[in-house]
Design a protein. Structure first.
Length: 562
C-alpha cells in the first residue's frame, strides 16, 4: 500500500470518527445542560413552596397582632396587654405624626435591654419602613399591598340623622432592623393621620416558629427528581435542605447529616421581610448520572473497527483494479512498441514495391497493383498513428515528449490529412466540406494537430458515415487556432459528452457495432492537452461537432523550426 493510499485510508476512518465523536459529545453536553436546567427548575419550585409556608407564618403573626391592636379602647393598655400575653411580641412603641415617641416611657436604669431598645427608637422611627404586607387575611402571605384591618370603633347607627366618624385607615408594613444578635422584625401599623404603631417581634420566638413550620430534621430533604423510585431512598439519604440567616449561619437543616462546604445545588431567598435569608439544597453526589463515556468509547471503537475493515476492503479492491489496469496498459504499451518494427518494414517494402511497379508496362495489372499498394501504405500509416497514440497515452507523465512547435501551414496540413481519408470517404459516399481560414504559418506542433484530426476523422468514418457529410473548418481567433470537425451522423447524447473522452469507453459494445478500441478520443484529448490546448464536444442539433483550440503564440516556436 502506497503512502497516499494509506493517508487516504486514515482520513476515511478518522474523519467520520471525529465528526461522530464531536457530534456525540455535543449532544450529550446539550442533553446534560437541559437536564440540569430542568432539575434546577424543579428544585427551585420546591424550595419556593417551603418559602411560601414560612411567609404564611409571618403573615399569621401580622394578622393577629394588627387585629389585637386595632381593637377599641386605650392603646397603652392594649400595648401592655399584648406584650404580656403574646410571646412573639417583644416591645410595642407608638409615635405621633410629628415623630414624638409617646410609648414606651423612658425605662428605668435596671433594665439594660429596655434601655437599648429605647435608645434605638428614634433611629427606627426615622427610618423608612420596609415593604408593605398585602391582604393578611389571605393564606398566601403576599406582602405588597395595603391591609384594611378591623375598625377601632364599630360604626354607629344613623338614628338622630348623624353617623359616627370613620376611624383612620391603617397600612401594615414590615421593617427589618439589625441589632443585638441579628436581624429583628418590626411590624408597623401606619395610620393615615400620621400616627405609627410599631411592634418589635421576639427573634427567638419567630425563628422557632419558622423552624416548626419546616419538615422534621430526620425526614427527607427534597425528593431527587433525577432518580428512579428504586433509588429514591438512597438519593434522599445523602441530601439536605438548610435555612440560612443573613449572616450565612445555618438556622435549621433537615435531611441527612452532610458536610455542606460545597456550593449548594439550589438557592432561593426568602420572601420579604426575610429577603436576606435563604433556603439552600445540598447533595453529597451529583444529581445527574455521569454520561456513559465507556459505552460511547466502545461504540466509537467498534465503528472504527468496522470502518477500518471497510476501508481495507475498498483499498484492496482499488489496488487490485489498479494492478489489473496497469497490467493492461503495460501490455498495450508493449504490444504497441513491438508493432512499430513490422509496421516500419511494411511501409518500407510497400515503397519499394511502388518503385518496382514503375518498371512494369502500362496496363490494368499495373494499375490494380498500384492501387493495392497505396491501400497497404495508407493502412500501415493509420496503424502507425494508432500505435503512436497508444504509446503516448500509456507513457508516464514525467516522460511525455514536449510539443515541438514550428511554423506550420495548418490549412495545408489539414488538406493532407483529409487526402489520406479521401479514398475511404469516396467509397462511403461522404461529402467533404472544407472551410480554410488559417492562412499563414502558425507556431504549432504538426504531429499533434495531425494526430487529433486523424482520430476525429476516423470516428466520422466509423460512426457517422450514415450522415454522408463532414465539414472541417479552420480559423484564427485571437492567438488561438480553432479547428472544428462536424458531421451529420446519429450524434452523441449529452449525458455521454464527458464519458466519451475516457479510455476504452464506447457507446455501443454490441457485436454489430463498428470495430474500435474506444481510445481514439482519449488519445486526441491527451494530445491536445499536451499542446496546452483543449478538445471539446459542442452541443448541436444534428450530428456531432468537435472543436480543437490550440495557442499559436510565435514566441513559443522552437528555434530549430524558425
Amino acid at each position: 500500500m502506497t503512502h497516499r493510499l494509506l493517508i487516504a485510508l486514515i482520513a476515511l476512518i478518522a474523519a467520520p470518527l471525529v465528526l461522530l465523536g464531536w457530534g456525540t459529545s455535543s449532544l450529550l453536553r446539550r442533553q446534560r445542560e437541559t437536564a440540569q436546567q430542568q432539575l434546577h427548575t424543579v428544585l427551585q419550585s420546591r424550595l419556593l413552596e417551603i418559602d411560601q409556608s414560612l411567609s404564611e407564618v409571618l403573615a399569621g403573626h401580622a394578622r393577629r397582632i394588627s387585629a389585637a391592636l386595632d381593637r377599641p379602647g386605650n392603646p397603652i393598655s392594649r400595648f401592655e396587654q399584648i406584650t404580656r400575653h403574646d410571646p412573639v411580641v417583644r416591645q410595642c412603641f407608638f409615635a405621633n405624626a410629628k415623630g414624638v415617641i409617646v410609648y414606651p416611657p423612658k425605662p428605668v436604669a435596671e433594665d439594660p435591654e429596655a434601655i437599648a431598645i429605647y435608645a434605638a427608637l428614634p433611629a427606627i422611627i426615622a427610618s423608612n419602613p420596609g415593604l408593605e404586607i398585602s391582604e393578611l387575611d389571605r393564606p398566601s402571605g403576599d406582602v405588597s399591598t395595603k391591609l384594611q384591618p378591623t375598625r377601632s370603633q364599630p360604626p354607629q347607627s344613623k338614628s338622630g340623622g348623624k353617623s359616627a366618624a370613620k376611624p383612620a385607615a391603617t397600612t401594615v408594613r414590615w421593617q427589618v432592623w439589625y441589632m443585638d444578635e441579628g436581624s429583628q422584625l418590626i411590624l408597623w401599623l401606619l395610620k393615615s393621620n400620621g400616627d405609627s404603631i410599631g411592634v418589635l417581634l421576639e427573634r427567638a420566638r419567630w425563628v422557632s416558629e419558622l423552624i416548626a413550620a419546616l419538615p422534621d430534621a430526620k425526614s427527607v430533604a427534597i425528593a431527587n427528581p433525577a432518580v428512579t423510585k428504586t433509588s429514591a431512598t438512597q438519593a434522599d439519604s445523602i441530601s439536605c435542605t438548610s435555612l440560612v440567616d443573613e449572616a450565612g449561619q445555618i438556622v435549621y437543616r433537615w435531611g441527612s447529616d452532610l458536610e455542606t462546604a460545597d456550593d449548594p445545588i439550589a438557592v432561593v431567598p426568602l420572601s420579604p421581610p426575610l429577603s436576606s435569608w435563604q433556603l439552600q439544597y445540598n447533595n453529597a453526589s451529583p444529581l445527574l448520572p455521569e454520561s456513559g463515556s465507556l459505552a460511547t468509547m466502545l461504540s466509537i471503537s467498534g465503528l472504527a473497527v468496522m470502518l477500518l475493515a471497510l476501508g481495507a476492503y475498498v483499498m484492496t479492491s482499488v489496488q487490485r483494479q489498479m494492478h489489473v489496469a496497469r497490467s493492461r496498459v503495460s501490455f498495450a504499451g508493449q504490444v504497441s512498441h513491438e508493432l512499430r518494427t513490422p509496421l516500419t518494414n511494411i511501409r518500407l517494402y510497400a515503397e519499394l514495391a511502388e518503385s518496382d511497379l514503375e518498371n512494369l508496362p502500362e496496363g490494368d495489372t499495373r494499375e490494380t497493383i498500384g492501387r493495392r499498394l497505396r491501400v497497404i501504405d495508407s493502412e500501415s500509416r493509420r496503424l502507425g498513428r494508432l500505435v503512436s497514440g497508444v504509446l503516448e497515452m500509456v507513457r508516464d507523465e514525467r516522460n511525455v515528449r514536449a510539443p515541438s512547435r514550428k511554423p506550420t501551414d495548418v490549412d495545408k496540413l489539414i488538406d493532407q490529412t483529409l487526402a489520406q481519408f479521401a479514398p475511404r470517404f469516396d467509397t462511403l459516399g461522404i461529402e467533404v466540406q472544407r472551410d480554410a481560414d488559417a492562412a499563414g504559418p502558425l507556431c504549432v506542433d504538426p504531429d499533434i494537430i495531425e494526430m487529433v484530426l486523424v482520430n476525429l476523422l476516423s470516428n466520422v468514418e466509423k460512426y457517422a458515415a450514415s450522415g454522408k457529410y463532414v465539414r472541417v473548418a479552420s480559423s484564427i481567433e485571437g492567438n488561438e487556432l480553432v479547428v472544428t470537425v462536424t458531421d451529420r451522423g446519429p450524434g452523441i447524447p449529452r449525458r455521454y459528452h464527458r464519458k466519451i473522452f475516457r479510455p476504452f469507453f464506447r457507446l455501443d459494445d454490441s457485436i454489430h457495432a463498428p470495430s474500435g478500441t474506444g481510445i481514439g478520443l482519449a488519445i486526441a484529448k491527451l494530445a491536445a492537452q499536451r499542446h496546452a490546448g483543449r478538445l471539446t464536444i459542442e452541443n448541436v442539433d444534428v450530428g456531432t461537432q468537435f472543436e480543437l483550440r490550440v495557442a499559436v503564440d510565435a514566441r513559443r516556436c522552437d528555434r530549430s523550426g524558425t
